[in-house]
Design a protein around this ligand. Structure first.
Ligand code: HEM
Length: 119
């Protein structure tokens, strides 16, 4: 049987590392860093890794907000959305993730766009 995306990303341990690298990239990415100025990186990493794990077919321990509630009132624009996707692709590269899995992650995140931008 085909392995889940969660398994092909290396399971919870590897996804936790990907989320950590991703958050570190956001914090230094000049296109979006200001958005995270008042965030606790430890908490962001925890929430984002739990969301990622649940969303790729792993155990669902996500206790954070849904995407609309998490981003409402921020008025995030398309360029900022692209900046986050670029950081995700870089974090996947940093952790040795293959092209097929990168494409699947990109598709899932793109499908959430309307729950993140211009809210
Ligand atoms: C599909 C794309 C995205 C996903 C899956 C996503 C996911 C998440 C998750 C899981 C949280 C945590 C919610 C919680 O704490 O309850 C969060 C918070 C947040 N997101 Fe996103 N996000 C996306 C795009 C963006 C974009 C484009 C921006 C703008 C730069 C952004 C900025 C933030 C900020 C500032 C927070 C709050 C962090 C905090 O609580 O300190 N997100 N996001």
């Amino acid at each position: 049987m085909k392995q889940s995306l969660y398994e092909r990303l290396g399971g919870s341990e590897n996804i936790t590392q990907i989320a950590s690298d991703l958050t570190d990239l956001h914090i230094v990415n000049p296109r979006i860093a200001a958005r995270y100025a008042n965030s606790d990186p430890v908490l962001v990493k925890k929430q984002v890794s739990a969301f990622f794990i649940a969303g790729t077919g792993g155990p669902d321990n996500y206790t954070g907000k849904d995407m609309i509630a998490a981003h409402r009132g921020m008025n995030i624009d398309n360029d900022e959305f692209m900046a986050v996707l670029d950081d995700v692709m870089q974090a996947l590269d940093m952790n040795g993730i293959g092209q097929r899995e990168k494409e699947e992650v990109l598709f899932i995140l793109y499908s959430l766009k309307s729950e993140v931008v211009y809210l």
